[in-house]
Design a protein around this ligand. Structure first.
Ligand code: CUA
Length: 314
C-alpha cells in the first residue's frame, strides 16, 4: 500500500477534502487581495513621485477609502461563512454503524483500544491505527496527564486530548493508503517524536488484521525465542508492557502482543528493524531522550534472545 506524504493538501478523506477546499479558498482570496493592495501601493508611489499628476480631491479620496473598507468587510464575512460552513460539514457525523476506537495520549506515544460491545472482542495496540476504507471511525480521545492533539493531516483536522475530559471526533478514509499522523500540541520533551501511522485498508484486509490482533501472542518455538519470552515475562519488560497470553501484563507502556506486525518503534520515531530495535532496547534514552522507558541492562546474549522473541510477535 502506498505511503502518502503527510499533507493537509493531499486529502484522502471526507473531512480533509473539506478542509483542503477551505484552505484553497482562503489562499486564492488572500492572494488576490495581496496583489490588489501591492498594485495600489505601487500606483500611489508612482503618482506621489510625479509632480504633474493631478491631486485627488477629498471627496474622491473618501469614496475610495469607503469602498475599500466595504470590500474588506464583504471578503471577511465571506471567509467567515466559508469557515463556519466547513466546520459544520466536518462535524456532522454520518449514521452508518461506526467503528469506535479509544485513543489515549501518553508521554510520548499513543495507546489505541478497539472498543466493542462484547468485552472479549476488544483489543489494544499502540502507535499504529488500522481502519477500513469507507467506514466512519469514531475516535474517543483522552489523556491521563497533559494535553496532546491528534492530527492526521490527510484525513482530518486536529482534535485535542484533554485530561479529565472525553473528546470525540470522527473520520473516514476514502482512499487506501498509509498516512502519517502526529501530536500537534506541545506536550513535553519528546512531543516532536510522538508520531503514529494510520493504515487505511480495504474492508476485507482490515477484517483479517482485526481478527489477528484479537489473538493472543503466538507461541514461540525455537529455544532462543523461548528464552527470550522468559526474560520478557520475568525481567523488567513485564513491569510496563503487556504481551497477551503471557505473564507480562504491565499497563504503562505500549501493548506488545503483535509488536512485530507494526512498522515503527518508539511512536513512529524509527523503523521496526532488528538494528533499530536492538539499539532502542539497549539504550532507549539515546534514540528518544527523556522518554519513560529505562535502560534494561540486558547483557548481549539476553538482548539477542529478547529480540528473537519480539520478532515472533506477529
Ligand atoms: Cu503529545 Cu505533543
Amino acid at each position: 500500500m502506498p505511503a502518502r506524504i503527510q499533507s493537509a493538501l493531499d486529502a484522502a478523506g471526507v473531512q480533509a477534502a473539506q478542509i483542503e477546499w477551505l484552505w484553497w479558498v482562503m489562499f486564492w482570496v488572500t492572494a488576490a487581495v495581496f496583489v490588489v493592495v501591492v498594485a495600489a501601493l505601487l500606483l500611489a508611489v508612482r503618482r506621489g513621485r510625479s509632480t504633474d499628476a493631478p491631486r485627488p480631491d477629498d471627496r474622491s479620496l473618501l469614496r475610495a477609502v469607503a469602498s475599500a473598507v466595504a470590500v474588506t468587510i464583504v471578503i471577511l464575512f465571506g471567509l467567515l461563512y466559508a469557515s463556519a460552513a466547513t466546520g459544520r460539514a466536518i462535524g456532522s457525523r454520518p449514521d452508518d454503524k461506526p467503528l469506535v476506537i479509544q485513543i489515549t495520549g501518553q508521554q510520548w506515544w499513543w495507546s489505541i483500544e478497539y472498543l466493542d460491545e462484547a468485552p472479549s472482542q476488544r483489543f489494544t495496540t499502540a502507535n499504529e491505527l488500522h481502519i477500513p476504507v469507507g467506514r466512519p471511525i469514531v475516535l474517543n480521545l483522552r489523556s491521563p496527564d497533559v494535553i496532546h492533539s491528534f492530527w492526521v493531516p490527510n484525513l482530518h483536522g486536529k482534535m485535542d486530548l484533554i485530561p479529565g475530559r472525553l473528546n470525540t471526533s470522527w473520520l473516514r478514509a476514502d482512499t487506501p493508503g498509509i498516512y502519517r499522523g502526529q501530536c500537534a500540541e506541545f506536550c513535553g520533551m519528546q512531543h516532536a517524536h510522538m508520531g503514529f501511522v494510520v493504515v487505511a485498508e480495504p474492508p476485507d484486509a482490515y477484517q483479517r488484521w482485526e481478527t489477528a490482533q484479537r489473538q493472543n501472542a503466538p507461541e514461540p518455538t525455537a529455544p532462543q525465542q523461548l528464552r527470550g519470552r522468559g526474560i520478557v515475562e520475568r525481567g523488567p519488560c513485564a513491569l510496563c508492557h503487556t504481551v497477551r497470553g503471557t505473564q507480562a501484563g504491565g499497563r504503562t507502556a505500549p501493548d506488545l502482543t503483535h509488536f512485530a506486525s507494526r512498522s515503527t518503534i518508539a511512536a513512529a520515531t524509527a523503523p521496526n528493524t532488528p538494528g533499530y530495535l536492538a539499539g532502542w532496547i539497549a539504550n532507549p534514552q539515546h534514540l528518544k531522550p527523556g522518554n519513560r522507558m529505562p535502560a534494561t541492562g540486558l547483557n548481549a546474549e539476553d538482548l539477542q534472545a529478547v529480540l528473537a522473541y519480539l520478532e515472533t510477535l506477529r
